[in-house]
Design a protein around this ligand. Structure first.
Ligand code: GLU
Length: 507
């Protein structure tokens, strides 16, 4: 069998939606597992929909996700160029080959005359289709004498080349996810393959020609392309390339969190989650949120995406890229849409946060501390991160979760004060302070033993006393283990904070 070669073939029409990233990811996993190649081809033949910056955005998104391109735009390779606009000269030859073999024809219809036909059809409640029923009566090389066709082309009339869709033929197609799919060609129209107006092929022609020339073995793409599959099959046949035709797999749609309808940018705006991997700045000044800028770890994002449509057949949910490469299979990709869950995205990030290396988190925490006027060394930031990471989903939450490690409370939470700073609790905290003042070993283990012994020996209510102690040191009833906090801020600071609480809140 020939080497597996897949391609991700986005059109640079705007920021890449997370559905597109998932397509790239599945292609990548499939290729890596098979020891094959992952190719990036930019399909930019639709100049009207071209958006500046979109290609750079695609490249950066793949890089952020850890999806490495073996061949293609930005990398090069034996089939360069990989940007279709730079392959312009290739396609006409193939379009003409189809005209010659009787699989395609010239059409000269003007935009106005086609519009008239559409309007006329609408009037009688029908939809106009350029197909086997009407092509014989239209301005095509099927009807016009050869000399006239030649003359029109020579004098510069605009023309297109359309595929001649066979009449009433059952096309049986094989999809690696859906199995056999059958379509009768009479339901299909004669798609434009090439336009003289901009000397460019349409998506269908360029896509098939390039997949063939680039020796693509598997086409893995979104479900929205399934309706184009019969045409693509017939194009392979018309070119005589069925022997090397790739296999196809159409991925299920990503659905809204409600499960109804396709996930759109508007859902993200409405419900407050990103639908793009990276932040995108539109030319209209509009900024769309990105997973990266929201603070997601790329590994968490990739893990979440991988499971949107594919299931491993086990309970396992956390997968590294290597584990995904090992476990992925198209057979376990579902046919029906995959519902996107913003909560699950958060959950994944939290899992990766908890498992994250402390020092890496400490490093990420340093600039945040600096922003709050705290000069800390890496060891300190790392220690703080290790104490709070189990409570965090994002690094950006670190400050709110740990400000008390760096600054003494400026105020005391009213609710907690009312709840705990009453009866004998202040006096107990004062007693606890005296005990702590007398020890040298301020390690969490030691203060823990000493304080617990004191509370138990006096039969004080543990929760009441510990929360009063916490209120005095932290200013609220929040935060990680009290004794770790004490160790972190040290003896002097702990005692000073208790003194201040006793002075401020009363003894
Ligand atoms: N250029 C198409 C897109 O933007 C590619 C579809 C395909 O993979 O065949 O989705």
């Amino acid at each position: 069998m020939s080497k597996v070669r897949v391609r991700f073939a986005p059109s640079p029409t705007g920021p890449l939606h997370i559905g597109g990233v998932r397509t790239a990811l599945y292609n990548y996993l499939f290729a890596r597992q098979a020891g094959g190649d992952f190719i990036l081809r930019i399909e930019d033949t639709d100049s009207q929909r071209f958006v500046p910056g979109a290609e750079e955005y695609i490249l950066e998104s793949l890089k952020w996700c850890g999806i490495k391109v073996d061949e293609g735009v930005g990398v090069g390779g034996p089939h360069a160029p990989y940007r279709q606009s730079e392959r312009k000269d290739i396609y006409l030859h193939y379009a003409l080959q189809l005209v010659e073999s009787g699989n395609a024809y010239y059409a000269f219809d003007s935009a106005e005359s086609l519009n008239e036909l559409r309007t006329a059809a609408e009037k009688v409640g029908e939809t106009f289709a350029y197909n086997y029923k009407v092509r014989g009566q239209l301005e095509t090389s099927l009807r016009l004498p050869a000399e006239e066709v030649r003359a029109r082309i020579d004098r510069g009339d605009q023309w297109v080349i359309r595929f001649m869709m066979p009449e009433n033929e059952e096309v049986a197609m094989d999809d690696m996810i859906r199995g056999e799919v059958k379509v009768n060609t009479s339901t299909l129209d004669d798609k434009v393959l090439y336009k003289s107006s901009d000397e460019l092929p349409t998506y269908h022609l360029a896509n098939i020609v390039d997949d063939h020339l680039m020796e693509i073995t598997h086409v893995i793409r979104g479900e929205e392309w399934l309706p184009s599959l019969p045409l693509h099959y017939l194009l392979y046949r018309a070119f005589g390339w069925t022997d090397t035709q790739p296999r196809f797999a159409h991925l299920p749609l990503l659905l809204k969190p409600t499960g109804q309808g396709k996930l759109s940018k508007r859902d993200g705006d409405k419900m407050g989650f990103p639908v793009f991997p990276l932040e995108w700045h539109g030319s209209d000044g509009e900024v769309s949120r990105g997973y990266r800028e929201d603070g997601y770890f790329p590994e968490a994002f990739v893990n979440m995406l991988a499971l949107l449509g594919w299931n491993p057949g086990t309970e396992q949910e956390i997968f590294s890229m290597d584990e995904l490469i090992e476990s992925f299979s198209l057979e376990r990709v579902g046919k029906s849409g995959a519902r996107f869950s913003p909560d699950k995205a958060l959950w994944f990030n939290a899992q990766y946060m908890h498992a994250r290396n402390d020092e890496e988190l400490g490093r990420a925490f340093l600039p945040i501390l600096e922003k709050h006027g705290i000069t800390a060394d890496l060891a300190t930031a790392t220690k703080a991160a290790s104490m709070i990471k189990s409570r965090a989903t994002f690094v950006k939450e670190f400050w709110d979760l740990s400000d008390f490690l760096f600054v003494a409370p400026a105020a005391y939470d009213e609710k907690a004060t009312a709840k705990y700073w009453k009866n004998e609790n202040p006096a107990r905290v004062a007693q606890l302070r005296e005990l702590l003042a007398g020890i040298d070993d301020f390690s969490a283990a030691n203060t823990n033993t000493i304080v617990h012994d004191l509370i138990t020996a006096n039969e004080w209510p543990m929760g009441q006393v510990m929360n009063s102690f916490r209120l005095a040191v932290v200013g609220a009833s929040k935060g990680p283990d009290m004794f770790q906090i004490c160790e972190f801020i040290g003896k002097n600071e702990t005692l000073a904070r208790i003194d201040k609480a006793l002075d401020t809140l009363g003894r």
